[in-house]
Design a protein around this ligand. Structure first.
Ligand code: ATR
Length: 289
């Protein structure tokens, strides 16, 4: 592309940053939309200085990745309420006097579920895991008004902490926490939406799953794994073998980018354009099918 005096700059701050897929997503979208915009990686260990510097340099928008997703929050002019509850921000949108923070990681999952027709509202939902990703998914479940939420984690205290945090914000919300081996608390006659957020089954440990027992998978209506490599995890395979529908994590990655791009540019990315980006991502990540 031609970079001119008018070219808008977006980018991503993080450390490390070399393996980020975001430049591929955003430079492709800028090209197909015919926008005078470039997206670049900024490797930095100093999130505070980076946010101030980006504003000063008239940067239009930024993504934020590891390890800065929490550290940028005090530097923001405004913050989206879901991102504030989660306590993590991955997208900064330029506003008057600073940046507004969003968490498009979780909004990306929300869009994926809507497009794949996986309901959350009034559903019984299970989250496997209680790390940073699980916390974000748990707040999404509360804001989408699921009927019940069960958090299962190897370290039960972390599941309890998320449950308690949510109850402080969403009073009366039906959330419970158990150790992962206690999945038999799930009711036999119910069907659940299960969201797998641990890193068990991540490449190269493709044959591992957080739970193997078929009686657990028999209760799964929809199984969503946020892992995108491999494209079909062992968890997804076990969901399918018990008759449930399974979904992988690549579209969450796709839509977190699409949503950020839409926020920065005020444009709307069509499903056709999103699908072109998806193919690029799969190629880059060596994901077939
Ligand atoms: P992220 O930010 O991606 O959520 P994280 O905060 O490191 O990553 O969380 C990793 C999650 O995977 C945790 O729920 C972790 O369980 P613990 O809280 O008990 O550590 C879970 N996890 C990692 N390895 C696991 C394993 N072998 N079996 C079960 N759960 C595991």
């Amino acid at each position: 592309m031609d970079i001119r005096g008018t070219t808008k700059v977006c980018g991503i701050i993080g450390n490390p940053i070399k393996h980020s897929m975001s430049p591929i997503i955003h430079n492709y979208l800028a090209k197909v939309k015919g926008l005078d915009l470039v997206y670049v990686p900024f490797e930095t260990t100093n999130a505070v200085a980076a946010v101030a510097g980006a504003y000063e340099l008239n940067v239009l928008g930024m993504n934020v990745t590891v390890p800065h997703k929490n550290a940028v929050i005090p530097q923001l002019k405004e913050i989206d309420s879901l991102a504030a509850n989660i306590g993590a921000v991955n997208t900064l949108v330029r506003v008057d006097g600073g940046f507004k923070g969003y968490n498009t990681d979780i909004l990306g999952l929300k869009r994926q579920l809507e497009l794949e027709n996986v309901p959350l509202k009034d559903m019984d939902v299970v989250i496997v895991g209680a790390g940073g990703a699980a916390r974000a998914v748990a707040f999404l479940c509360a804001s989408e008004k699921v009927k019940s939420l069960t958090i299962l984690n190897r370290t039960v205290s972390k599941a309890e902490e998320i449950a308690n945090n949510i109850k402080q914000v969403f009073e009366g919300f039906n959330v419970s926490a158990y150790t992962i081996n206690d999945y038999s608390v799930l009711e036999n006659e119910k069907k659940y939406v299960v969201i797998q957020t641990t890193n068990v089954g991540l490449h190269p440990n493709n044959l591992e799953a957080p739970i193997y027992d078929k009686t657990f998978y028999d209760r799964v209506l929809y199984g969503v794994d946020i892992i995108y490599n491999p494209s079909k995890t062992k968890f997804m395979q076990l969901v399918n073998e018990s008759g449930g529908q399974s979904f992988g994590g690549i579209k969450m990655l796709l839509y977190q980018g699409v949503l950020a791009f839409e926020l920065w540019t005020g444009t709307s990315v069509s499903e056709e354009e999103a699908n072109e980006v998806l193919q690029l991502l799969k190629k880059e990540l060596n994901i077939d099918e």
